[in-house]
Design a protein around this ligand. Structure first.
Ligand SMILES: Nc1ncnc2c1ncn2[C@@H]1O[C@H](COP(=O)(O)OP(=O)(O)OP(=O)(O)O)[C@@H](O)[C@H]1O
Ligand SMILES: O=C(O)c1ccc[n+]([C@@H]2O[C@H](COP(=O)([O-])O)[C@@H](O)[C@H]2O)c1
Length: 205
């Protein structure tokens, strides 16, 4: 029965570095989506990003510092260990095999939701997970994300809205500030700011 299926949240990102909007998004998901657990996946080989990411060990360590204090949130390193380009479809298939009784809820900001048709196997992804979308300023113009605007949306695709106060924080801006030796404490959790400092990350953009 679909109604009683436990829900597992799936939230992936480069987390280069994880920042306060990511934490707010995870808190909102835990509060609103009725999840049994929320698994957080630092991306391995981000085939879709032009820029090379920082070393996986740093992004994993920062994700653990950012999220692991939140009850129900678990950082899962499998995408970092997997060879080849990171495809969310592979992760969802693995999770389905591991917990066939559960419903997967794929959580993302509106910028990623609008680019879903460029994801590997996106129509299959929509058969394996409900997609919960949080507003991200600037991502979809003035209005909220509208799934009906996606071309060739498969029948049966399910979307939910995740209420999140608008935050214009981005990892790009944080890397830029770090390169200029500016303070990061308003933008990332304190432990992440200390980690960036101790490991001399983002000294150049
Ligand atoms: N300010 C934000 N509001 C809502 N969602 C966000 C925000 N920042 C990031 N996200 C979401 O978090 C997920 C992971 O994002 P990611 O790690 O790439 O951070 P980013 O800030 O977008 O990074 P970059 O600036 O390097 O592209 C994506 O689903 C993205 O949409
Ligand atoms: O599977 C894909 O083809 C795919 C394409 C674009 C993004 N994603 C995933 O979406 C998540 C957020 O991506 P990003 O670029 O905002 O860090 C992250 O887990 C990526 O691996 C996945």
């Amino acid at each position: 029965m679909a109604l009683n299926r436990p829900r597992v949240g799936v939230f992936g990102g480069a987390f280069d570095p994880p920042h306060n909007a990511h934490v707010a998004l995870v808190q909102a998901a835990l509060a609103q989506l009725g999840l049994a657990e929320l698994r957080i996946f630092p991306t391995g080989d981000a085939w879709h990003k032009e820029r090379a990411l920082s070393a996986g060990e740093h992004r994993l360590a920062m994700a653990q510092l950012a999220f692991e204090g939140l009850p129900g949130a678990v950082v899962d390193a499998r995408e970092l260990r997997r060879a080849g380009p990171t495809y969310t479809l592979d992760t969802l298939r693995e999770l389905q095999q591991e917990r066939p009784e559960a419903e997967r809820v794929l959580i993302m900001g509106a910028d990623q939701a609008a680019s879903l048709p460029r994801w590997h196997g996106w129509r299959e992804i929509l058969g394996l997970a409900v997609v919960a979308v949080a507003h991200r300023p600037g991502a979809t113009g003035a209005g909220p994300f509208d799934p009906q605007a996606l071309p060739r949306l498969p029948p049966g695709a399910r979307f939910e809205t995740l209420a999140l106060a608008p935050m214009d924080t981005s990892a790009t801006e944080i890397r830029r500030r770090a390169a200029q030796a500016q303070d990061l404490f308003q933008l990332v959790p304190p432990a992440v700011a200390r980690y960036i400092d101790q490991h001399n990350l983002y000294r150049s953009t």
